[in-house]
Design a protein around this ligand. Structure first.
Ligand SMILES: NC(=O)c1ccc[n+]([C@@H]2O[C@H](COP(=O)([O-])OP(=O)(O)OC[C@H]3O[C@@H](n4cnc5c(N)ncnc54)[C@H](OP(=O)(O)O)[C@@H]3O)[C@@H](O)[C@H]2O)c1
Length: 128
């Protein structure tokens, strides 16, 4: 993928994307930043609340109108993952998840549709 360029990432408006490992300076931070810059609502997921807050502030410093949520999860603890999955369901009916930039660099399908007859929120997670 030697000819890949950051400006090839399309507009992400209308999408909610969960990004793990968002500690400032890491891949997750930069993934979240670029998604927020393109209009995505980004769920900042990590195991250390203070680090998530630091990333939230750093992204808002660059993208003042960024729509960010915070989610605490330790992915080495299944109970924590289950709880976080429940919390994430409250954020959006449909959530994409990203652990590497590769998952959002490719052309993405149209957002999934959700039946309007359902009164309960449902969550579908997509991860690449
Ligand atoms: N940087 C590169 O150029 C590069 C290249 C190829 C592959 N990679 C791989 O990509 C991954 C991320 O790299 P990075 O540079 O972004 O590393 P990083 O800055 O150290 O980020 C790792 C993230 O994972 C989080 N984390 C670790 N254990 C966790 C757990 N049990 N539950 C929840 N979150 C956890 C860390 O949270 P805390 O800060 O709270 O510990 C941190 O936010 C690594 O596996 C690395 O080997 C990196």
């Amino acid at each position: 993928m030697s000819d890949w360029r950051l400006d090839a990432v399309p507009d992400q408006s209308g999408r909610t994307i969960l990004v793990t490992g968002t500690t400032v300076g890491g891949l997750g931070h930069h993934t979240a930043l670029e998604l927020a810059r393109r209009g995505a609502r980004v769920i900042l997921a990590g195991r250390t609340e203070s680090k998530i807050a630091e990333t939230d502030e750093a992204i808002h410093g660059e993208v003042p109108d960024a729509e960010l949520e915070r989610l605490t999860v330790d992915v080495s603890d299944l109970a924590s993952v289950r709880r976080a999955a429940g919390d994430a369901a409250a954020f959006a009916r449909s959530t994409y998840s990203s652990t590497t930039p590769a998952s959002w660099a490719r052309p993405t399908p149209a957002p999934p549709t959700v039946s309007s007859s359902s009164s309960r929120p449902t969550t579908s997670a997509r991860s690449c």
